[in-house]
Write a protein that binds this ligand. Structure first.
Ligand code: GLC
Ligand code: CA
Length: 559
């Protein structure tokens, strides 16, 4: 095509120029750039066959609920056959559904019903390790010469009493287990029942990419990748001169077994599999990194790696420290080379938000503040089932009283944050007609979907409003991040500004006292015309000098 620029009217020229500049920009936006991803722990969401264990049909049953809430994608925690040493994170068959969760036909039904509602499903892909009961490992441990021997990591060490290294495992103890039959040690970053796959073996890589293809072809819109930092170990297996203290965060970021450069190649290969098999499918990775530069690298030099590496620099903050949150939001919005930030503070490995951040007195208000913190900055927000109800962590004594049953073969330190979803005030909170696998939190008669969805002051109403605002308000939806200074160490303030100037201002008070602010960072104060949402109610800010209530949230907009 030839253009005669000289003969064109200026407006036409402008339109043409815009189409060159703007269209490619538009073309680069994806559904996952501003999504709400909702994690479901299938064992605890809804039981439909009366065995006290949630199942895939239970997820299908509640898709309308999720759609009303405004969820774009569900991350389903593992539902594959598993001996449950780590409740599904020890996979014995990557391409099937465990009988307690249903069948592949139930999966197909779920995907179809979700698709009809515009909800995508991300499968939890446990890439680092399998179960010790996976046929691959059974073969591998059967003899030193088995063709699958090299699918896992086997070493001599110094015999049965001397492991090859004294590396600390993520779950405590050494990363090695002695196998008496073949008289070698095998490597596991997590439990002994979770042997690490050897990603240096091309057959392993291929087998895992095949697993990805299986789920993509069967309707998955991508994967939540489990424990990606640990795919490779330093082949020299050096000793640790300065071993991390047991239970310290340091053991997750050692130079010899976390975040090795080879991880990037493996992830780029996986991404290519996604791009080739199902365009617009996405990787959401559990990617712990020591700093923002390493996090930025995970997006890939050409945005060809992970689209959504979870930001644990933000996600691991455990106190209401406004300065730290502001720093991490600023970094996530400005130092990821245009990659989409992923904000999270909750998942199946943690105590509930209510208990992590609550001060015992203002927990409801603080939980609202946390919701706003996750759902307002530009980027993708990740939440965990029950966050929207303000579900609580069930206490250790209650869990101990509940006891061990065939459905709950052993206790897990994380059980308190994995109790059944609270649907209504009926027996077992509407989760099951049988005895549930974990106890139902005591507050279920008031903290439940049926009650809260009719109460305009509930946590549910707050989440629902926030999620709908982030989709409907132009500045919150399409705006870019504007870093602001609140003039107060207890308050986070920032704005989302859309190209045409529409602006949303977000102010979050992380202290239990009213705070005075002097907001700076706008070239001139935008004409805010209304408060879109606040808790408690707050006046429209007509200048940068304003007050904000204890643990208050205020979102104002110009449109
Ligand atoms: C991830 C999961 C966690 C699991 C571990 C081992 O951290 O979130 O639940 O125990 O990996 O698979
Ligand atoms: Ca069931």
């Amino acid at each position: 095509m030839n253009y005669n620029f000289a003969a064109m009217k200026p407006t036409l020229l402008l339109a043409l120029l815009l189409s060159f500049v703007a269209l490619p920009l538009l073309a680069q936006s994806h559904w996952y750039d501003h999504a709400v991803i909702y994690e479901i722990y299938p064992r605890s969401f809804q039981d439909t066959n009366g065995d006290g264990i949630g199942d895939l049909n239970g997820v299908t049953e509640h898709l309308d609920y999720l759609k009303d809430l405004g969820v774009d994608a569900i991350w389903l925690s593992p539902f594959f056959p598993s001996p449950n040493a780590d409740f599904g994170y020890d996979v014995a068959d990557y391409v099937n559904v465990a009988p307690e969760y249903g069948t592949l036909a139930d999966w197909d039904k779920l995907v179809k019903a979700a698709d009809q509602r515009g909800i995508r499903i991300l499968v939890d892909f446990v890439v680092n390790h399998t179960s010790d009961q996976h046929p691959w490992f059974l073969e591998s441990r059967s003899s030193r010469t088995n063709p699958k021997r090299d699918w896992y990591i086997w070493k001599d060490g110094g015999g049965p009493d001397k492991p090859p290294t004294h590396w600390e495992s993520g779950f405590g103890g050494y990363t090695w287990t002695w196998d008496d039959k073949t008289r070698q040690w095998y490597y596991h970053f997590f439990l002994p029942q979770q042997p690490d796959l050897n990603w240096r073996n091309p057959d392993v890589k291929k087998a895992m990419y095949d697993v990805a293809r299986f789920w993509l072809k069967r309707g998955a819109s991508g994967f939540r990748l489990d424990a990606t930092p640990y795919l490779f170990e330093d082949p020299k297996f050096p000793e640790d001169p300065n071993p991390p203290a047991a239970h310290s965060r340091d053991r997750f970021l050692r130079p010899y077994n976390a975040g090795l450069p080879e991880v990037h190649d493996a992830l780029r290969g996986l991404r290519k599999t996604l791009d080739d098999t199902r365009p617009e499918s996405v990787l959401l990775a559990e990617s712990l990194t020591p700093n923002i530069q390493e996090l930025a690298k995970l997006y890939g030099p050409n945005h060809d790696e992970v689209q959504l590496p979870m930001n644990f620099l933000f996600g691991d903050i455990k106190t209401l420290d406004a300065r730290e949150f502001k720093k991490q939001i600023d970094d996530a919005e400005t130092k990821l080379n245009g990659g989409t930030p992923v904000f999270l503070l909750s998942n199946h490995d943690r105590a509930r938000i209510w208990d992590v951040f609550g001060d015992g007195k203002h927990n409801q208000q603080i939980s609202k503040l946390i919701a706003a913190l996750i759902l307002t900055p530009p980027g993708t927000a990740q939440m965990y089932y029950g966050d929207e109800l303000a579900m609580k962590t069930v206490s250790k004594p209650e869990l101990a009283d509940f006891g061990i049953t065939p459905k709950r073969p052993h206790p897990d330190g994380r059980d308190g944050g994995r109790t059944p979803m609270q649907w209504d005030s009926s027996k077992n909170a509407g989760f099951t007609t049988d005895t549930p696998w974990l106890p139902i939190a005591k507050d279920f008669a008031t903290v439940n979907v049926a009650k809260e969805s009719h109460d305009p002051n509930s946590m549910y109403a707050w989440y629902s409003s926030l999620i709908h605002l982030r989709k409907e308000n132009v500045a919150m939806r399409d705006g870019i991040y504007v870093a602001l200074e609140s003039g107060n160490p207890h308050v986070v303030a920032f704005a989302c500004q859309q190209k045409l100037g529409e602006t949303a201002l977000i102010v979050l008070n992380m202290s239990g006292a009213e705070q005075k602010l002097e907001i700076s960072g706008f070239a001139s104060w935008p004409k805010f015309s209304r408060v879109l949402l606040s808790s408690p109610s707050a006046p429209t800010p007509h200048s940068g000098s304003l007050n904000i209530a204890p643990y208050g949230v205020m979102i104002a907009a110009t449109d």
